[in-house]
Design a protein. Sequence first.
Length: 298
Amino acid sequence: MEIERLRGLIAAPHTPFDRNGMVAYPVIRQQAELLLEQGVTGAYISGTTGEGVSCSVEERLKVMDAWSEASAGRLKLIVHIGALSIRDVETLGRHANELRVHATSVVPPNYFKPASLASLVRFCALAAATAPDTAFYYYHTVMSGVTFPMDKFLEAADGVIPNLAGIKFNSPDLYMYQNCRHACNGRYDIVYGVDEFFAGALALGAECFIGSTYNYMAPTYLEVWEAFRRGDMSGVDRGMRKACLGVDILVKHGGVAAGKAMMLAHGVDCGDPRPPLDRLDDATKRRIVEEFRRIVAR
C-alpha cells in the first residue's frame, strides 16, 4: 500500500456530551467548522482527548458517522478503533473501512498488555486487517503502559502489516522520534503528538502533528510554524510560550475537562468528561475561559 503522508495540524477533538452525559452528536458539526476556520487539516477521533475508551461501541460508531457527515471530505479523518476486546476492534474497524476514512489507529490494550514486540505486532496486524483498504497508524503513548522501542516495532512490523502507514508518536522522547523517522529507510510516516514539544519536533523535520490543543489554539501553532520557516527563532519562542501557557491550564485543571472548558471560548459546548475523569464547576470553567483569552491575545 502506498503511503500518503499526513501534513499540517490534525486536531484530536473532544467527544461532546450533554448535561445527562449522553453524546451530543449535533455539536460535532460545530467542532468540524471550528477546525476548518482555524486551518486544521484533519481530525483524530475517539482517541485520548475524545474519551473513546469511555464510550460504548455503538456510540463510537455513531461518532464516526457524525464526523464523516460533518467534515464532508474537508478534513482527513483518522479513527481510533482500539479497545480491550479484539471483537470490538473488528466492529469499529469494519465501519471505518466502510466510511472510507483516511486512516485507522489503535492504542494497544492496557489491561492484558502485549508481552513482547511480536505479540504487539500480531495484535496490530489483526486490528489493521479490519480496515484493509485504509491506512493504519499505531498510537504510541506512555499512557498505555506499552513501552517497546518504536523503531524496533517498525522493523518488526515492516512487511507484516501491509497497510501500516506509521506511528502517532505521543512521547516527549525526541531521540526515539528521530530514530523512528529513519527506521526502515524512512518509509513510515511518524506524526508527532506532544503539543508542548512542537518546536523541537519541527527542528527534527516533523511535517504533521496530532494534538488536543489544536482544537482551540491552532492559529498559535501555525504562527510558530511560519516563524520557524522564516528562521525567526524569537517568533518561535514567543509562540511556544503562548502554547505552553495553554498547556499549563490543562496540567493545572485536568486535561480533558480543561480542554473542554477552553472550547467554550469559541462558543462550542462539549460538556463535561465522563467518569472516572473529574468535572469542573461553572466558576472554574469561566476562569479558564478568561485565562485562555488573555493567553491568545498576548
